[in-house]
Design a protein around this ligand. Structure first.
Ligand code: GAP
Length: 519
């Protein structure tokens, strides 16, 4: 039975802390803002998400190879990539509260709270009125009030994007003033000028002079670009081919909010696909569809995912979009797909003086390949996965009364613990001995847990909260006929199976290949 619910971000944050998924960094010292540590279950789930991505990219595609490049790179890399000069956020301070904000986020929040919310409310009202026959798109296209509101949003966004792209910070500030945006803390409209703030963290290299500045990479992609020739020369790949990498990235996000959505230290899973100039559009469309499939294979309802095309493009891109997910705080970017032209390789070729060109087999012409990139934050994917999985439904207690239960409906293939082995009572030594024996046999095949503490109902609840898809219960009958009950997390249905078949049955149901086969 499913209880109607809306998940708040705070529910997820508390759940993560309570269950050992995520802790704030340096918590005993008050906590370091926007930096988080993954606990015993968090690290397992995160590793499984990475494994699913890696297998989908590298194992499933003969023309994609892996890489693990260093975090520190020659500072010239960041000059060529444009990060030294242009990797900035526009910041504005409120003079009364002394709080600092990202100007574009203040404007986007205004749109969300003051306009979009009203559209959503009207859509919901109309949905209730018309029931199943309701056509959302038709409503959005024809309802006069909604059309006016959408027009207003588009007007604000287009002025904001123009100001951002042309570096017109005065107009960005004017937009905040024209919209009468107030500081959420002081309630005042007393804003400073808008200034640009570079997001890269820097540190000193060996000599500790100003020339020895080293940056902590703000994206993993540049490690792939500067290794392009190394991989080309050693991997026997032909164009088109890709290089995939998972690794840490660092950004000095001034306004870091929303838990692990925007962090200062985070992990990216990026793939650069090198193609012939002129073929980028075809592969952009291909990767757009492939990446959406990857998300959908996890069982995420399609209505919680959407494409968002970038209206204005960065100077190096000829197409770009985000895959957005419906987080508890609204639809937000989860992954980016960018057609980056030959900008990065050409810039590195120019600044390094090293040729980053290959020869076309047919025309014999030399050219710098174009790049289509897919880039997803591992932590953001973690948050999306938990937001999707977090459910409160009703389950019978020991007296058969329905009580609320918190359950993480994680896809079994990426759940941290696949199976818990539970003797029905602790006092019966024959049961605990048998249960331990079963645990020791199946632990070679997948991650499982043995638990004999507390009443069986409480142990089920604990495994539900952890997201464990299967529980094996060992009872009196097990001693007689060597069968156990296999309980499924979401339906709570139990089936009796022979103990010697546990490994085979559970392995099949938690196998990651079931996800990969859908791609
Ligand atoms: N190489 C392209 C690139 O880095 P991006 O849109 O800046 O593009 C890609 O970042 C993805 O990395 C985002 O879609 C998001 O999932 C993740 N990401 C970016 N900044 C992040 C942050 N501060 N905290 C967590 N994840 C972040």
């Amino acid at each position: 039975m499913v209880k109607e619910q809306t998940t708040e971000l705070q529910d997820i944050v508390s759940h993560c802390k309570k269950l050992g998924y995520i802790y704030q960094s340096s918590e005993i010292y008050g906590g370091l803002s926007a930096v988080y540590d993954y606990g015993p279950y968090g690290v397992l789930l995160k590793n499984n998400i990475k494994e699913y991505w890696w297998k989908a990219m590298v194992q499933m595609n003969e023309n994609i190879v892996g890489l693990d490049s260093a975090i520190f790179m020659d500072p010239k890399v960041w000059k060529a990539s444009g990060h030294v000069d242009a990797f900035n956020d526009p910041l504005v301070d409120n003079k009364d509260s002394k709080k600092r904000y990202r100007a574009d986020q203040l404007i986007e929040d205004y749109i969300q709270k003051k306009i979009q919310k009203k559209i959503d409310k009207d859509v919901n009202k109309a949905h209730k009125r018309f029931g199943d026959s309701f056509d959302k798109q038709q409503f959005l296209d024809t309802d006069q009030r909604t059309i006016e509101r959408t027009k207003k949003i588009n007007g604000i966004l287009s002025r904001m994007n123009k100001a951002l792209n042309t570096g017109d910070l005065a107009d960005l500030r004017q937009l905040i003033i024209d919209l009468e945006i107030v500081c959420p803390h002081s309630g005042s409209k007393n804003w400073t000028e808008v200034r640009q703030f570079n997001l890269m963290f820097s540190t000193q290299g060996g000599g500790a002079t100003s020339e020895d500045v080293l940056y902590l990479r703000p994206e993993t992609a540049q490690g792939i670009f500067v290794n392009f020739m190394n991989v080309w020369n050693t991997s026997r790949q032909k164009i088109p081919f890709g290089i995939a990498q998972i690794g840490k990235a660092f950004r000095n996000e001034i306004v870091a909010r929303q838990f692990i959505f925007r962090m200062r230290e985070f992990e990216q899973m990026e793939m650069q696909f090198f193609v012939k100039p002129g073929e980028q559009k075809k592969f952009y469309e291909y990767w757009k569809e492939m990446r959406m499939k990857w998300h959908l294979a996890l069982g995420t309802p399609p209505e919680n995912l959407r494409f968002h095309n970038h209206e204005t493009l960065a100077h190096y891109a000829d197409a770009a979009l985000d895959i957005e997910f419906q987080f508890p705080f609204g639809f937000k970017e989860l992954e980016g797909i960018h057609s980056r032209t030959d900008f990065d390789l050409s810039s590195h070729q120019e600044l390094s003086g090293k040729k980053l060109q290959i020869q076309d087999i047919e025309t014999k012409q030399h050219y710098v390949p174009y790049v289509v990139e897919t880039s997803i934050g591992c932590d953001r994917m973690f948050l999306a996965t938990l937001s999707q999985a977090y459910n409160i439904d009703l389950a019978p207690d020991s007296k058969g009364e329905l009580k609320e239960r918190v359950v993480l409906k994680l896809p079994p293939a990426i759940a941290p613990v696949k199976c818990a082995v539970l003797p029905v009572v602790r006092v019966n030594k024959a049961l605990t001995k048998t249960a331990k024996k079963i645990f020791d046999e199946i632990k070679y095949s997948f991650n499982c847990q043995y638990d004999e503490k507390d009443a069986i109902g409480r142990r089920y609840r604990r495994q539900d909260q952890l997201g464990t898809p299967f529980c094996i219960t060992v009872d009196e009958q097990t001693i007689e006929d060597n069968t156990v009950t296999l309980r499924e997390r979401d339906t709570m249905k139990q089936e009796r199976i022979p103990a010697e078949e546990i490994e085979k049955i559970v392995s099949k149901r938690v196998d990651m290949s079931s996800l990969l086969k859908q791609l």
